[in-house]
Design a protein around this ligand. Structure first.
Ligand code: UTP
Length: 306
């Protein structure tokens, strides 16, 4: 284990949440609403993500927003009118739900202007982040709070230095949907050294079945690399391309590690997976689960009878 004394002394406090994408896969829902505001059961996806950052000890959150940032800002701010109406009705339970996102974290916003890709969105955080390691969380991946991934990644970054990405083993047939990492083992059983990254490879060309998922703890060295990263796939500045350079160019002296996650992750970036995530989470909820499971059983039985 390489102990990086500088980073172990630096407590990571800043989280960056890119939310400026066009969300084209969810049109028309995302015509006037950021994808991150779509509800997962009864809470917008972005609130789960902010709660995850806070529970990993990251209380300074920077959201990278785009043309329709208003709903995001409003969601994390007080709504006096609504609170007053609920108070008058004596509806304490709903009042608590409305208020729970008000003071979760210190939330800051920066506009991306043109959505020129995830790498460009991360680069918009450079001034706010400064020269400390920081986390990036994507709203497309929901990580079950019972399986804390980000806190493990923060510890791995303190132990190993450099940047840490989240990896998950997927069916080789699915790897073309993800960034894919070539890896070497380290002394930590759940941490690997990333030796190369390939964006969305065909199964036959994939160096492994380790898929990159939407959590990162990044060395600020990534900003200089992003500044000189040319647009890649989809003519967008790709974060994966910058991480690939960090992983493969030893002269940059900023290695990339991966934490292998085996916990529960819900993909909400794709319509089918989004719907499945909602059904799964609703089935697990104390207030909704029993009804939902009974209805599902009946529905499936009827479908099978047809
Ligand atoms: P996606 O690749 O999922 O893009 O971005 P998207 O635009 O949100 O969705 P689709 O593919 O058109 O449906 C991954 C994350 O990066 C953010 C998105 O908001 C999402 O959280 N992002 C992407 C930006 O903040 N800026 C960009 O220029 C691109």
């Amino acid at each position: 284990m390489v102990l990086n004394m500088d980073s172990s002394r630096t407590r990571i406090t800043k989280a960056v949440i890119p939310a400026a994408g066009l969300g084209t896969r969810f049109l028309p829902a995302t015509k006037a609403t950021p994808k991150e505001m779509l509800p997962v059961v009864d809470k917008p996806a972005i609130q789960y993500v902010v709660e995850e950052a806070v529970s990993a000890g990251l209380t300074d959150v920077l959201m990278i927003t785009g043309r329709n940032k208003r709903p995001l800002e409003d969601h994390f701010d007080r709504n006096h009118e609504l609170e007053e109406a609920l108070r008058k009705k004596g509806d304490e339970a709903r009042l608590a739900k409305v208020a729970e996102s008000n003071d979760l974290a210190n939330i800051h916003y920066v506009r991306q202007g043109d959505p020129r890709g995830l790498g460009h969105a991360v680069l918009c955080a450079a001034e706010h982040v400064g020269d400390q390691p920081f986390a990036v969380l994507l709203g497309d991946d929901l990580i079950d709070p019972r399986d804390p991934l980000l806190a493990r990644m923060v510890r791995a970054q303190a132990d190993h230095g450099g940047s840490v990405i989240a990896l998950m083993e997927v069916d080789p047939e699915q790897i073309h949907l993800y960034g894919c990492a070539a890896v070497e083992t380290t002394a930590d059983s759940d941490v690997v050294r990333v030796t190369n990254l390939v964006e969305k490879p065909a199964t036959a060309d994939a160096p492994s079945n380790y898929a990159v998922i939407g959590r990162y703890v990044l060395d600020p060295a990534v900003f200089d690399v992003l500044r000189t990263t040319e647009p890649g796939r989809g003519n967008e500045i790709q974060l994966t391309d910058a991480l690939q350079r960090l992983a493969t160019d030893e002269a940059l002296d900023s290695p990339v590690y991966g934490v292998v996650f085996k916990g529960r992750r819900y993909d909400t970036g794709d319509r089918g997976d989004y719907l499945r995530a909602i059904v799964r989470l609703a089935c697990e909820r104390e207030d909704l689960g029993a009804d939902m499971r009974a209805w599902l059983r009946k529905y499936v039985a009827e479908e099978m009878a047809d």
